[in-house]
Design a protein around this ligand. Structure first.
Ligand code: IDC
Length: 566
């Protein structure tokens, strides 16, 4: 009897337990189903609103304007991304969509955020720990299958600023800034670019960059920097040959990533870009089947939605480019990005700036912060533009600083300081080389050794008199069909320990020149000579201090200036 009672009680207990488990399983399934469905609903609503934000090339102002001067490049680029009336009218909706997108990112993507570089064991390197990367869903994972985010720095055009492509430079980025990658921006055209006779020189600089990054265990992106040529198909043949060569050469380097067209623009649509990519990708894959390849998108790499609607199939490890300049591109483009990521598109922000799309103008750090938090939440990799000391807002190094490595905080531009702080986890406060060893001087052996001086560029020239030292360097050069333009940066340095009360430089260009623009000084031209005296505000140079001035001259052909200090 006792036994029977026991059996009965046990049976009831087992039945009740099984029932409870069954109810629990049904409940959990239902909850999961809801979880899976809700993002889809949100994606749909986000997409509807995104479609109102026009980024169509057809709505851009005239793009045929020749880019005679660097100041004109910006206007062309700013033109397209500037919100049109239609976008403004939809601003509230777009803002709402972004809120939704961001909320969603918090819910579904929070786990994506990658391990900071700071977590690396002492003495190790990013590549030693993370090895060959893979594309997994919309982001990268490392050799251990963990989410991984590249946070890197793009060089400026390799032809303009080759002095920063060296091990010391990259080491500072790795150890003091916390960057794990360098992007080598190799312009295809402009300034003696790869397709304008610069192929051998460019390959040499790329090789320096890849070797330096490899020795330091950093990732490195080889960027085929399509810009003025607009349509990557224009130089598809050269691209195929180039990528075939480099992918063979670096097949064993697990740190090399290929970016096959920086920013298609003009009226080239996704279909043509895809067709171009489908020529280049198999060539790289034949040498390096697991290579990560990043493909640009229409309208200066903004239309990732087009790629999301029609991605490249049949290959692993393909990613798509989105570029933003925080002063120009805001909620509308952030929405486009989130929409594409929600559809599972692997996006890589290989280039962004904190200022406007011209690379200059003011910084918009509030917008830049919003961008970075969106990228971090989604585990999207990024590189900032650009590692140089050009007198433009996007340059990360102050134009008065000629070091190519070991920068102190004071050597960094506002954008440079912001980025180093952004990489925050990685850089301990004060670990920047403040007052530490000087890097390679841009006017010294360090730079000249690496500087192949393509196109109209010339060596930095320098003259001293007493404690005044004046350095000239050509930071930009272009041709408008009739004349050659040369942008010459002038740095006046007081090497002494007493204030200098006045200064004067005489530059001889060796041929007749005209002045197109000038800044921070008074300029007098006579034949081949330009006399530079201070503006009213920069006559006095404090002990150890510098003054920046500069000019753009017009003439025919290259120039080889010399300078004397008077
Ligand atoms: C800019 C440089 C500037 C140079 C110009 C033309 O900052 O010094 O004169 O190119 O070559 C991009 C491009 C990038 C641009 C940058 C800023 O990828 O090459 O660099 N930008 O205009 N896309 C959007 C902005």
């Amino acid at each position: 009897m006792k036994n029977l009672k026991l059996i009965f009680i046990s049976t009831v207990a087992v039945t009740v337990t099984l029932g409870a488990i069954l109810i629990l399983v049904i409940y959990l399934n239902a909850t999961n189903a809801e979880k899976k469905e809700s993002p889809a609903e949100e994606v749909a609503s986000v997409n509807i609103e995104i479609s109102e934000a026009p980024t169509e090339p057809t709505e851009t102002p005239d793009e045929a304007t020749p880019t005679a001067a660097p100041t004109e490049v910006p206007s062309e680029k700013t033109a397209s991304p500037t919100p049109t009336k239609k976008t403004e009218a939809k601003a509230t909706e777009v803002a709402k969509a972004t809120e939704k997108a961001t909320e969603k990112a918090e819910i579904t993507e929070a786990a994506v955020a990658a391990e900071p570089v700071a977590a690396l064991p002492a003495g190790s390197t990013p590549v030693a720990v993370h090895g060959a990367l893979k594309v997994s869903g919309s982001h990268l994972t490392d050799k251990n299958g963990n989410n991984f985010q590249i946070k890197g720095v793009s060089t400026h055009g390799l032809a303009w600023f080759p002095g920063y492509v060296n091990k010391e430079s990259f080491k500072t980025l790795r150890d003091e800034w916390g960057a794990n990658c360098v992007r080598l921006a190799m312009y295809t055209t402009e300034y003696g670019g790869y397709c304008e006779g610069g192929a051998d020189k460019m390959k040499g600089i790329v090789d320096n960059g890849v070797s330096a990054a490899t020795e330091l265990g950093m990732y490195v992106i080889i960027d085929w920097h399509v810009l003025q040529d607009k349509d990557p198909n224009v130089h598809a043949k050269e691209a195929v040959a180039f990528f075939s060569e480099v992918s063979k050469k670096y097949a064993a380097n697990s740190n090399v990533i290929y970016e096959i067209c920086n920013e298609p623009n003009g009226d080239v649509g996704w279909g043509s870009i895809k067709a171009y990519a489908e020529q280049v990708i198999p060539v790289i894959k034949a040498n390096d089947p697991d290579a990560i390849i990043i493909v640009g998108t229409p309208t200066w790499s903004q239309e990732v939605d087009k790629a999301a609607a029609d991605p490249i199939t049949g290959y692993s490890n393909i990613m798509y480019t989105l570029h933003f300049y925080a002063g120009t591109h805001k909620d509308s483009l952030r929405n486009t990005l989130q929409g594409a990521v929600n559809k599972g598109l692997p996006v890589f922000v290989t280039e962004f700036g904190t200022c406007d799309a011209s690379g200059s103008g003011g910084n918009d750090f509030a917008s830049a912060d919003a961008w970075i938090s969106l990228l971090d939440k989604n585990g999207i990799s990024y590189c900032i533009w650009s590692l140089c000391n050009k007198a433009e807002t996007s340059a990360l190094i102050n134009s008065s600083c000629d070091k190519t490595a070991g920068w102190s905080e004071a050597d960094l531009s506002e954008a440079g300081k912001w980025y180093v702080k952004k990489l925050g986890n990685n850089v301990k406060p004060g670990s920047l080389n403040i007052g530490g060893p000087a890097g390679n001087k841009a006017d010294g052996a360090g730079k000249e050794k690496n500087d192949p001086k393509p196109g109209p560029a010339h060596d930095a020239v320098k003259a001293d008199s007493g404690n005044t030292s004046i350095t000239l360097s050509e930071s930009n050069g272009w041709n408008d069909g009739n004349k050659d333009y040369h942008q010459i940066d002038i740095i006046v340095k007081n090497k002494g320990d007493k204030e200098i009360k006045n200064w004067k430089a005489v530059i001889d260009f060796g041929k007749d020149v005209e002045i197109d623009q000038s800044w921070n000084g008074k300029f007098n031209v006579s034949g081949s000579k330009v006399t530079v005296t201070p503006a009213d505000f920069n006559k006095n140079v404090p002990a150890g201090g510098t003054v920046d001035a500069g000019l753009i001259i017009k003439c025919s052909g290259p120039v080889k200036p010399s300078v004397t200090v008077e």
